[in-house]
Design a protein around this ligand. Structure first.
Ligand SMILES: [Zn+2]
Length: 254
């Protein structure tokens, strides 16, 4: 079995003491690829370092909506520069987040500017949408980018719009939380296999039974198990299908 964790955050401070050790511990396991996603300019260098120190780690560069107020005026130039690196496979994560209270107009401007830059650079985008489904999909429909809706748990009909122009949907251990997993399960059941990715969003999204712990890319195995169970297919099928999809989206050969 080979597993591609399509969205992880080893740049996060929760991994300050051991990020390289934890990544190296994946060697020889089923987790053969990790896409380390980026959240703000303060970690651009760390993302590059992760890509350079670990051959199986790829990265994205971009601004998460939670960090728009800390974003410098020249951020687009910085993204453009860092995105030249051969292992930067995507722009993001970007999008809208109405759970936190950053100004919506600023979130929208930075979201749109990154969508335009990704088009110009011909890179896929990683989309963060939290409690902003209608607005987020309305903007995405204007640009119709290549990319992935990450941890999406909104209405199925909006997900289908994104599928109509070929976006991918990534699922994680949100599927295991009985209190609020139903929207994620509804999307999972309607997501075509050729558009499905798996991820951990580690360290932030542990499986329900480890809800208070830091999670890691190895927890992607549990995502595979849950998807296989819910859709009545083998774990090997889920692993291999999502692996190939991630390789295709992030344009990684081999
Ligand atoms: Zn993320």
């Amino acid at each position: 079995m080979r597993l591609f964790d399509s969205h992880a955050h080893y740049e996060d401070a929760m991994f300050d003491s051991d990020r390289h050790e934890r990544l190296e511990a994946l060697r020889g396991t089923d987790v053969t690829h990790v896409l380390n996603c980026c959240s703000d300019v303060s970690v651009f260098d760390t993302v590059i370092e992760l890509c350079e120190r670990h051959d199986f780690v790829y990265g994205s560069i971009g601004i998460h909506p939670h960090w728009v107020l800390e974003t410098p005026d020249n951020y687009l130039e910085l993204i453009r520069k860092y995105a030249m690196h051969e292992k930067i496979a995507a722009i993001g994560e970007m999008g809208l987040d109405y759970f936190w209270k950053e100004p919506k107009d600023l979130q929208e401007r930075i979201f749109r500017e990154q969508l335009e830059l990704a088009k110009e650079l011909d890179k896929p985008v990683i989309i963060h949408d939290r409690e902003a489904h209608e607005d987020c999909l309305k903007i995405l429909a204007e640009y119709q980018p290549a990319g992935v809706l990450h941890r999406y748990g909104g209405p199925v009909d909006l997900m289908k719009q994104a599928l109509s122009w070929g976006m991918y949907i990534s699922f994680n251990n949100d599927l295991t939380y009985p209190e609020w997993n139903q929207p994620h399960i509804d999307c999972l059941m309607e997501c075509p296999w050729e558009n499905l990715l798996i991820e951990t969003d580690c360290p932030f999204a542990p499986p329900h039974e480890h809800r208070d712990e830091r999670c890691e890319s190895s927890d992607v195995r549990n995502v595979v198990r849950v998807i296989a169970e819910l859709r009545s297919v083998s774990e090997d099928f889920v692993a291999e299908t999502s692996y190939r999809n991630a390789m295709k989206l992030y344009r990684i050969s081999g």
